[in-house]
Ligand binder design. Structure first.
Ligand SMILES: [Zn+2]
Length: 160
């Protein structure tokens, strides 16, 4: 079983003169985000149903813009969530788009859902405590959408 950690911190954009929140995903202590932006909607949706998710994307929200053509494949098993993570994540970095592998990560489903829920609550607190209001990433994501994700129920009745 692997351990998922999600953390958010405040950063400052010198060019745009605004603060924004960077969130990172790590698995077993190793940063998976690697400079990509975490998509909260994709992450929350992956708690609800299996599929291919662009959990890591460009800061503008367009995965293709970051050279990511393949998402993380999320499989739901009885009590676990399995991730098949493309390696490399962005196909530009391999130079040859056909050469990639999937690395497998397995999480306890309950733990997965509660970690993501807690991380979203932590993000909300940080966003509300910061004045002036920071930019959330990806760029089109905002506090109202975050509230919606936090309030949503999972198919099994647990909150995401
Ligand atoms: Zn972009």
């Amino acid at each position: 079983m692997n351990t998922l950690e999600i953390s958010s911190r405040l950063d400052y954009d010198q060019d745009d003169k605004c603060s924004y929140i960077v969130s990172t995903i790590s698995v077993d202590g190793a940063d998976l985000s690697n400079g990509f932006t975490m998509d909260w909607e994709a992450l929350a949706e992956s708690c609800r149903k299996p599929g291919e998710y662009f959990i890591l994307t460009c800061s503008c929200g367009d995965n293709g813009c970051a050279g990511i053509d393949r998402g993380i494949i999320v499989l739901h098993q009885k009590e676990t969530v399995k991730w098949l993570v493309p390696d490399p994540m962005d196909q530009d970095s391999s130079g040859i788009s056909d050469i990639f592998t999937y690395s497998e990560k397995i999480f306890d489903m309950k733990d997965y859902r509660s970690k993501i829920h807690d991380a979203m609550c932590e993000l909300r607190t940080l966003a509300l405590e910061t004045k002036p209001a920071p930019v959330l990433l990806p760029r089109l994501f905002d506090l109202a959408q975050l509230e919606k994700l936090i309030g949503r129920k999972c198919p099994v009745g647990e909150q995401v």
